[in-house]
Design a protein around this ligand. Structure first.
Ligand SMILES: Nc1ncnc2c1ncn2[C@@H]1O[C@H](COP(=O)(O)OP(=O)(O)OP(=O)(O)O)[C@@H](O)[C@H]1O
Ligand SMILES: [Mg+2]
Length: 293
C-alpha cells in the first residue's frame, strides 16, 4: 500500500471506526446482553469494551502514523544519498572530466607550438596547462575531503567543522573565520550533524566557485529553541531572484534546502551584488535538549 492509500484507509477507519463500534455495541446490548445479564453487569461490559476498544483503536492509529512517518524518513534519506551520488558524478563531470578535455586540447596546442618553435605560444600554453592541472587537483582534493569528513564525525562535530574550514582555507585561499560560540552538539542528533555538515560544505563550495570572496565566516547560535548556522562571505554576490532562470544544472542550493527541510528546518539565502552572500540554516531543537544545553 502506498502512503496515499494508507492515509485514506486511516481516514476511513478514524471516521467510521468509532461510529460502527458504538452502533454495533448498542445493537448487541439491545438484542443480546439486556436479556441475559442484569443492568449493572450490562453497564460494566459496555464501559469495559468501550475503554479497551478506544485504547486498541488509538494504539493502532498512532502506530500506523508512526510507520508511515518512519517510511517517509527512510525514503527521504535514501533520496538524499542518491542525490549525493548524482552530485559527485556531476562534480567529476564538471570539475574533472571537463578540465581533462581542455587539457587534451592544450596538449595539442603545445605540440603545434613545439613544431613551430614558437616560444611565446609555448609559454602561454604551458601556463594554461599548469593552471588547469592545479584547478583539477584542488577539485579532486576538496571533493575527496568533503566525502571523508562525514565519516570523521564520530571524532566530534565541532572539531570536524573546524577541520573542514581549515582545509577549505588551504585549498581555496579564502580566509575563514569561525565564531567561537558553539552550542552543544547534543542539541541535535547524528543524522542532523551529517546534514548540517553537508550544507556547510555546499555553501563553502559555492563560495570557492562563485563568490571571489576574501573572507568567509561561519557562526552558530542557539536562540531559544532554534539553532542557527550562518555562512557569510564578502564576495561578489548574485541575484537570488534569478535562481529560477538558472536552468536545471544548478542543484546545490536546492539540495541544501531539501537537507534543511529533512531536519525540520529551513534555509535562507540573502545576497547583495558586490557585497556578499549569507546562507542561513535554521532548525528547531526540542525544549528539553535546549534547556539541558
Ligand atoms: N556564495 C555565492 N557567491 C556568489 N554566487 C553564488 C554563491 N552561491 C551561489 N551563487 C550563485 O547561485 C548559483 C546557483 O548555485 P547552486 O549551488 O544552486 O548551483 P551551482 O553551484 O552553479 O552548481 P552545483 O549544482 O554544482 O552546486 C550559482 O551558479 C552562482 O551563480
Ligand atoms: Mg553549488
Amino acid at each position: 500500500m502506498d502512503d496515499r492509500s494508507r492515509y485514506l484507509w486511516l481516514k476511513l477507519l478514524t471516521i467510521l471506526g468509532p461510529t460502527v463500534f458504538v452502533a454495533g455495541g448498542e445493537l448487541f446490548r439491545t438484542i443480546y446482553l439486556r436479556h441475559h445479564f442484569s443492568p449493572p453487569v450490562v453497564s460494566a461490559i459496555a464501559v469495559g469494551t468501550t475503554l479497551v476498544g478506544a485504547v486498541v483503536f488509538s494504539w493502532y492509529v498512532f502506530r500506523a502514523i508512526e510507520h508511515i512517518e518512519q517510511e517517509r524518513r527512510s525514503y527521504k534519506e535514501a533520496l538524499l544519498s542518491l542525490q549525493e551520488r548524482e552530485r559527485i558524478a556531476r562534480e567529476m563531470h564538471d570539475g574533472i572530466a571537463q578540465n581533462l578535455a581542455v587539457l587534451k586540447l592544450e596538449m595539442y596546442k603545445l605540440r603545434e607550438g613545439l613544431k613551430r618553435f614558437d616560444q611565446a605560444a609555448l609559454m602561454r600554453t604551458s601556463d594554461e596547462i599548469e593552471s588547469l592541472i592545479n584547478q583539477t587537483y584542488l577539485e579532486v582534493r576538496q571533493t575527496l575531503y568533503d566525502l571523508r569528513a562525514s565519516q570523521r564525525l564520530h571524532e566530534g562535530f565541532w572539531p570536524t567543522v573546524e577541520r573542514q574550514l581549515a582545509e577549505f582555507e588551504r585549498i581555496s585561499g579564502v580566509a575563514t573565520r569561525f565564531e567561537p560560540l558553539r552550542p552543544p552538539r547534543e542539541l541535535w542528533n547524528e543524522l542532523a550533524s551529517i546534514q548540517i555538515l553537508r550544507i556547510i560544505q555546499e555553501a563553502l563550495a559555492n563560495v570557492r566557485r562563485h563568490a571571489q570572496a576574501r573572507q568567509v565566516t561561519l557562526a552558530c547560535r542557539l536562540e531559544g529553541h532554534t539553532v542557527r548556522f550562518v555562512v557569510a562571505d564578502d564576495g561578489q554576490g548574485f541575484q537570488v531572484d534569478n535562481q529560477g532562470s538558472l536552468g536545471s544544472d544548478h542543484y546545490g542550493l536546492q539540495v541544501m534546502r531539501e537537507r534543511a527541510e529533512a531536519i525540520g528546518g529551513h534555509l535562507d539565502v540573502e545576497s547583495v551584488p558586490r557585497k556578499g552572500t549569507t546562507v542561513t540554516l535554521t532548525f528547531p531543537v526540542s525544549q528539553r535538549s535546549a534547556e539541558n544545553g
